[in-house]
Write a protein that binds this ligand. Structure first.
Ligand code: ATP
Ligand code: MG
Length: 554
């Protein structure tokens, strides 16, 4: 990361500070453990910034570990996208990439150790029966009839599971803990199940796969993780995390701490739901700019710095909360206001003909009003220009500081023009505005002292480039779509609007990933997938001001 970002303290840093002060640890080691079953989203960014950020600040280490114990849902495409997104956010993992599947041999060995200690057994209840026997929050569970098998029998049966001797669902390995525990996760949790599926890392070597709770704590210990940070829904699982580590022979002893997950208004954050949006083609892929995925935000024009800043502002606590979408937008708006060069684009064009201007001029405009170091660009000024349809009215009161029939306005960086007459189509829409310009007004006020207040943006009709400009609105119509019975039914049908726009010629060299302010209409970027010099496509990253508050009261 180039810039130094101050990270506020939080309860996890306090725990680490104490552990270091007490000598419980001399170094800190974290990990980010995504399951490669989807693309990363902004919620993952919170976890990435926390884990990698702590490692940076304490000069420790952070591993990237693929938690890949469920081959049915996982794919190498997801592995690749996750690596790319972590790097793009500005973080590097220490050492080799880790995979839980690297530990399948070790995990098998620890399972055998638990069996040998009389702490695990092969159960032949069906998955439905297991559920039934588990009990509820109010009622204790019942012991499986297979619970008291001998160690020898369990060892033989577990090996049989490994060798493909049981069909899926016919046998599993369970920890022998307490079927009456008030923590349901402690009621003899399943440690291994049979799955005849090829794994993206281990191929067909295994037909039994370890469960998350068994795998995660051991992977942490094998990697020497000191602080294993996860979200609050794993709070109860901490009992099992500790139980496994206390009952196997392993040197290091990581500890799990939970923090609240990020929820963002008007979006969903579960990979299962995001996957559904993609597979049902409700959006155009995982990187659709309306998606809360890292790749969607990148394509929308968010910068890594703006996402890190957002994660730093929301902080890390144990309180569940729902963050307003506008706080994410504020971060990118502040970034681009500082750093984005300015340009002109007309999104709803209407033609202006400047009847007393015959030639063509090349004007030089500053790229940023307050940053001369950002240089300037050349903008052609011609007899015909486009302006926004909304920037012209036949009549208007004094508050309207744009072009009015019979009155004057300044074209940004160019001359003052006056509208003299108009042409309309059959529907009564203005199609052409005939104007004259005042040749004495380039970069200065009219010499006779008359005042021209309004300034509007424009693009040369002869030299401007046609472009599709995509404007995005919230993807869902309700603040918490995840809570709806059918979240897909709450999709906003107008979340994407495409404008046939004209942009100034300098934008032919605009690059994907570099934000530009289109004067008066917002911050935009080239679409990294669909744009070409022959057919430019821009995405609106964010408007110039917060429009969410306004929408709210409608
Ligand atoms: P999802 O519910 O989106 O599928 P997950 O928790 O199953 O998420 P993982 O790939 O297991 O996804 O997550 C990797 C890490 O990211 C975990 O440590 C998880 O706690 C964290 N994480 C996932 N979602 C969020 C979120 N919304 N806010 C903060 N951290 C999150
Ligand atoms: Mg998960």
């Amino acid at each position: 990361m180039s810039e130094v970002e101050a990270r506020p303290s939080n309860f996890i840093r306090q725990i680490i500070d104490k552990d270091l002060a007490d000598g419980k640890h001399t170094r800190i080691h974290t990990r980010f453990p995504p399951e490669p079953n989807g693309y990363l989203h902004i919620g993952h960014a919170k976890s990435i910034c926390l884990n990698f950020g702590l490692a940076q600040d304490y000069q420790g280490q952070c591993n990237l570990r693929f938690d890949d114990t469920n081959p049915a849902k996982e794919d190498i495409e997801y592995v690749e996208s996750i690596k790319q997104d972590v790097n793009w956010l500005g973080f590097n993992w220490d050492g080799e990439i880790c995979y839980s599947s690297n530990y399948f041999d070790a995990l098998y060995g620890y399972a055998v150790e638990l069996i040998e200690k009389g702490l695990a057994y092969v159960d032949e209840l069906t998955p439905d029966e297991i559920r039934e026997y588990r009990g509820t929050l109010k009622e204790p569970g019942k012991n499986s009839p297979y619970r008291d098998r001998s160690v020898e029998e369990n060892l033989v049966l577990f090996e049989k599971m490994r060798n493909g001797g049981f069909e899926e669902g016919k046998a599993c390995l369970r920890a022998k803990i307490d079927m009456a525990s008030s923590f349901i996760v402690m009621r003899d949790p399943v440690l291994y199940r049979v799955r005849f599926i090829n794994h993206h890392q281990t191929g067909d070597k295994w037909c039994i796969y370890p469960m998350y709770d068994f795998t995660h704590c051991i992977s942490d210990a094998l990697e020497g993780i000191t602080h294993s940070l996860c979200t609050l829904e794993f709070q109860d699982n901490r009992r099992l995390y500790d139980w496994v580590l206390e009952n196997i022979t392993i040197d290091t002893r990581p500890h799990q701490y939970e923090f609240s997950r990020l929820n963002l208004e008007y979006t969903v954050m579960s990979k299962r739901k995001l996957n559904q949006l993609v597979t049902e083609k409700l959006v155009n892929g995982w990187d659709d700019p309306r998606m809360p995925t890292i790749s969607g935000l990148r394509r929308r024009g968010f910068t890594p710095g703006s996402i890190r800043e957002f994660c730093s502002r929301i902080g890390v606590t144990k309180q569940d909360n729902m963050i307003e979408f506008s706080s994410l937008e504020a971060c990118i708006r502040e970034d681009l206001n500082e750093n984005a060069p300015r340009a002109m684009a007309v999104l709803d064009p209407v033609k202006v003909v400047i009847e007393n201007f015959e030639s063509e001029e090349v004007l030089t405009l500053a790229n940023h009003p307050n940053k001369p170091e950002m240089g300037s660009r050349e903008v052609p000024f011609t007899r015909e220009v486009w302006i926004e349809a909304d920037d012209f009215r036949e009549e208007a009161n004094k508050k309207y500081k744009r072009l009015v029939l019979g009155k004057e306005v300044r074209l940004r960086g160019a001359y003052v023009i006056q509208a003299n007459r108009i042409e309309k189509d059959e529907q009564g829409n203005v199609t052409t505005i005939y104007c004259t310009y005042d040749p004495e007004t380039l970069g200065k006020n009219p010499s006779d002292g008359r005042k021209v207040k309004g300034v509007i943006h424009w693009v040369s009709a002869e030299k401007g480039l046609a472009a599709d400009v995509r404007l995005y609105d919230r993807l869902f119509t309700v603040p918490n779509p995840g809570a709806a019975d059918d979240f897909a039914a709450t999709i906003n049908p107008d979340s994407l609007m495409v404008k046939k726009a004209f942009v100034e010629p300098s934008l032919i060299s605009a690059k994907a990933g570099v934000g530009i302010q289109f004067e008066r209409t917002g911050y935009f970027c080239i679409d990294s997938k669909d744009s070409s010099p022959q057919a430019l496509v821009f995405n609106r990253t964010v408007g110039l001001r917060d429009t969410w508050a306004k929408i709210e009261v409608q």
